[in-house]
Design a protein around this ligand. Sequence first.
Ligand code: AMP
Length: 215
Amino acid sequence: MKLILLGAPGAGKGTVAKMLTALDGSVQISTGDILRGAVKAGTELGKQAQDYMNRGDLVPDELIMGIMGKRLQEPDCEQGFLLDGFPRTIPQAEALKDMLGELSITLDVAVNIDVPRDVILDRLTTRRTCSNSDCQEIYNVKTKAPKQEGVCDKCGSPVIQRDDETEEAISKRLDTYNEKTAPLVNFYEKEGMLLSVSAISSDDVIAAIKERLGS
Ligand code: AMP
């Protein structure tokens, strides 16, 4: 399947994407994960992105389109891909549309995961993430704590609170989402591609996607 996952930070895009990869081998592409990996590796991209990320601002569109232009042409995308956290602005959505047209790729659907703000705030402040950039397993201190405190169940690396998950940065990320990313819901509705799901449980989101795709 070829999907876009839309939704505020903490809506569950990453969790849903991981569940969908298990269904048909489509690959999860998270621009946030790619950027965090670049910051950790200290690459030029990471150096350019780090300050924006720590503030809860978006990284400039040109940097993101540079990453995605290459990523979507890698062979593992042929089986299908789940875009998690991209596009985030109208210019990114328009550039993606052109890019997919050039590559003769048709998207199945853009899924908007709609979760109430109080649930989002609670999830983000209690979320913890594996610090290993190849793993990035997500935990929650209330609902899904690692078996051994502070240690990833999957790879044994330290589990941390992300730099952009302080209360100040979270509030900024949600404002940025409302201003720059929420308009994408209308964009994809006009394109006739939108599936909006109001659900807190990832299982319910998966069920709605399966129903839409007839699978
Ligand atoms: P995420 O893990 O998707 O919440 O992304 C973490 C941070 O990476 C965001 O707050 C942005 O600073 C940056 N980022 C991720 N994806 C994008 C994107 N498509 N456009 C601009 N910035 C992005």
